[in-house]
Design a protein around this ligand. Sequence first.
Ligand code: MSP
Length: 487
Amino acid sequence: MKTYITTAIPYVNGVPHLGHAEDYLLADIYSRYMMMCGHDVRFQAGTDEHGNKIEKKALDLGIDVKQYVDENSKKFQEFIKKLGVEYTDFIRTTDADHEKRVQAIWKQLEAHIYKSNYEGFYCEGCERFVTETEYKDNNGICPDHQKPYEHLSESNYYYRVSDFKDAIREKIESNELKILPEFRKNEILKLLDSTPDVSISRPTAHLKWGVKVPGDDEQVMYVWMDALSNYITVLGYPDKDISDFWPATVQVVGKDILRFHAILWPAILLGLGLPLPKTLLCHGFILSNGQKMSKSIGNVVDPIEVLDKHGLDAFRYFFSRHVDTFTDGDFTWDKFEDAYNNELANDYGNLVQRLSNLCKKNEITREFLEKRKVLEDGKFRNTWDSDDAEYKRLMDNFEFTKGIEYAWGKISAVNKRIEDTKPWSVAKENPEEAKILLASLVADLLNANEMLKPFLPIAEKVSEIFTAKTIVPPETPLFPKEFKKEA
Ligand code: MSP
């Protein structure tokens, strides 16, 4: 079975921030899960490198735009690696292949493109044309960027989204294009009615840094036209047959850009005669202490600092368990420290240490675990299809926060069972019975540990410890206590 997972490609007008991690983590959790289910996974990531705000930022800094995007794209690639995210394809919208393919896509869409004048407003922060109603509702100031909208009067090419509105509505309503969570689906259906045709180019007098419109030297493509196409150009469209991996199984996006993915993108795909993605998974925003992160408030959390100090498992744990998959989440150092100390270090790290010590003391070997049918050919097999079908249901439905909670319930149950059965006391009375008990505790731990694998890469190491020929406890705790609260 083939699975294609995509992530939104961030603008490179700055360095990666905490919010950017969300797309990658959700996609990586699903990717690891699907690989465990035996799927052949393709996973795209990339950077969005054209448009006004990037051009302007580079010019302000007095740097050549290409050099600027080269440097920043690298920072995003490093960031993604630091998160332990294992993508298969990385695309930059300045790649020559991508630019050529986007031009070919434009030509294929020409029957739905017309030229007209745009008289209205634009938000450079959102890279978005703003309707008259929005302009009035927001008193001329973008609520997300706190900047006045720019007035534009220019000649553009338009994409006739109206040609596809009925088809898009039908696909969304029937869940052929599934939008998760459900309340976002209703928002989009409402927005669809009032969506006008979309301007898909900018005159070079107003923007030079973009893909040239074929046959018109005075126009470059609107950045979203170029950026959305990345999901198929990265697969080789239109030069290659992409039907092995398209339609995408899931496209992960943040709430601020769902409208582009649920309206303009389907309209482009329908214009190309391509099927629509199966699911759009829309996540919320990460706040810091309940507020939007902003340099002026001084509450910006640097994700690299969190990763360098506490490691990728701690980072991934916090985000999976304490930032809800579908709604806004909150990062505070207090919450992070509590989760690290009380959950990761106490519940999981200590359990691994304690059980591996008990196994070593009581000479539990791979051979013994095989004899007790805990392992088969040295491997542990998960039971998601039977005993833990609930975990599978949650993961299949992208309910990742609930999925890790389910796994954690199993971890807590192993801790409780150790406390209740006291294998160290049993060992004093009856060593053979203690060994049988320990083998069954290892089975419970390995079972819970399998469920943690999509979330925590360290779970692979834990598997290795308990499936080795002889069990050797880790020399240092998996999650050493790092945070000592000041009295
Ligand atoms: N370049 C466009 C995406 C094009 S996709 C064809 C873009 N870039 S972005 O850098 O502004 O955002 C990239 C992703 O990060 C989006 O999914 C966006 O929702 C997400 N986030 C940006 N800030 C965020 C938070 N504070 N919290 C969670 N996600 C946020 O939009």
